[in-house]
Design a binder for this molecule. Structure first.
Ligand SMILES: Nc1nc2c(ncn2[C@@H]2O[C@H](COP(=O)(O)OP(=O)(O)OP(=O)(O)O)[C@@H](O)[C@H]2O)c(=O)[nH]1
Ligand SMILES: [Mg+2]
Length: 429
């Protein structure tokens, strides 16, 4: 049975983090990943010990690493009285089970940690449903685990139970049913947001999505630009629901900007799937404002992760404005070194601090020019043979004036989305 009841557990729990170093990886790389994992785990109020890095010699299907090494890890975890062993590498359901049998501790991986954080943060109906769906999908191949773990105190989905075949089959059936009913319910909830989206797409106001790694300052940026009271918090995944606000730029131009859920390395696939509709805000926007934290030591890998998530969503071809935030957190000397490197890589980037306001004027004028160069009104005269473009302007953009001449040609004043603009160029008047 799936127990969804929340249980308060006041005891402090401790976790041993383990990074497996593949032959082509360096210790520094693994350490960096483990530091991030520690931050994620601390977001769940667990105490972490000094992490272990295990060089991968032979690969065993049973524990991922060889069984001798696995014994050592389990022993260290027991000696330091850890409650959890948490792997940075994804474990298969059977490896997870084997580790739990070997160590008599709860064994989870980064994916599950991220799922748990999302579960803690979710507050709107859509986010709650999406997280529940992701967890149910994650749990399905793992129903044989006898876990009393994080999910219980964090309001999630597992419980102690026997491992009899009949019980397992019943659990699986229940989970499948649950996945089905969550999917149905989500469909209904999303219908409403789709209506809002459609309305936005039909408006002539250009629409950008703010994307980037978690905690880089996306919500702070939208708050600064729009003056709206948007939730900002020094925690991972503070934002789970997209929020759209109107931003007024200096030349009387308006933009719609949507703040989106942050990305992280190894974002669980079930979450990307479940949050696809939320993440699609990035795909559907006319352009992207990609925010990076210039003060982060993980700047390069945050850029790579952000790009790879955008690729997975099919949004990497969008017009992207790169913004480096938190300029106030680096000193002048670092700034000189970083800027000389970054200027070469991102010649059009803007450097800002949402805290001090530095660079905001430059960003606004950049956004104005993106908006005006791509979204100014089109005035065209279309011949009869191109009535398809009249129809396209109606379905894709917004038609403000439409006049039919005696010769069958049509004069239009309209906007269309950037991907269709070039089709109208030769008919400009
Ligand atoms: N020093 C400094 N801190 C900043 C700046 N911008 C944002 N922050 C802080 O960074 C933390 C995260 O900011 P958010 O705006 O919530 O970040 P986010 O990208 O929306 O994060 P998620 O929604 O969790 O993905 C908060 O503590 C902010 O106060 C900045 O320019 N300088
Ligand atoms: Mg946010």
């Amino acid at each position: 049975m799936i127990d969804l009841a929340e249980e308060a557990k006041p005891i402090v729990e401790k976790a041993l983090l383990v990074g497996i170093r593949e032959p082509d990886q360096t210790d520094a790389e693994i350490r960096e990943h483990l530091e991030e994992l520690a931050e994620l785990v601390e977001n769940l109020d667990l105490i972490v010990f000094e992490p272990l890095i295990v060089p991968l010699g032979q690969v065993s299907p049973q524990y991922y690493m060889g069984s001798g090494k696995a014994q050592e890890v389990a022993q260290i975890a027991q000696e330091c009285e850890a409650d959890y062993i948490i792997f940075d590498t994804p474990l298969s359901p059977s490896q997870q089970r084997n580790w739990e049998r070997l160590s008599h501790l709860m064994v989870i991986d980064r994916e599950e940690v991220i799922l748990d954080i999302f579960a803690e943060r979710a507050s709107t109906r859509e986010a709650v449903l999406q997280v529940q769906l992701a967890r149910a999908q994650y749990a399905l191949p793992r129903v044989t685990r006898a876990w009393t773990h994080l999910s219980r105190q964090h309001g999630g989905g597992a419980t102690n139970r026997g491992e009899g075949e009949a019980q397992i089959e019943m659990d699986r059936r229940l989970l499948r049913k649950r996945i089905q009913s969550l999917t149905e319910e989500l469909k209904l909830v999303r219908k409403q947001r789709d209506t809002q989206r459609k309305a936005r797409r039909r408006s002539p106001i250009p629409h950008g999505a703010i994307v980037g790694y978690t905690n880089v300052g996306k919500s702070s940026l939208l708050r600064k630009l729009s003056g709206a009271d948007i939730f900002v918090q020094d925690q991972l995944f503070a934002t789970l629901d997209p929020t759209t606000r109107k931003v007024r730029l200096d030349n009387n131009m308006e933009l719609l900007l949507t703040d989106t859920v942050g990305f992280v390395r190894k974002l669980p696939h079930s979450l990307v799937e479940a949050f696809k509709s939320t993440l699609e805000e990035a795909v559907l926007a006319d352009f992207l404002v990609l925010v990076l934290d210039i003060s982060s030591p993980q700047l390069d890998s945050q850029w790579e992760t952000t790009l790879s998530v955008l690729k997975e969503l099919g949004a990497e071809e969008k017009n992207i404005q790169v913004v480096f935030n938190k300029l106030d957190r680096i000193d002048r000397q670092q700034e000189v070194v970083l800027l000389s490197r970054l200027n070469g890589l991102f010649p059009n980037a803007v450097y800002i601090s949402t805290r001090t306001g530095e660079g905001m004027e430059q960003l606004k004028s950049r956004l104005s020019s993106i908006a005006s160069e791509r979204y100014s009104l089109l005035k065209v005269k279309l011949p009869m043979s191109r009535y398809d473009l009249v129809a396209l302007a109606h379905s894709d953009g917004c038609v403000y004036e439409e006049h039919y001449n005696d010769d069958g040609s049509v004069e239009l004043v309209c906007t269309v989305t950037p991907s269709h603009r070039h089709k109208y160029q030769e008919f400009a008047i």
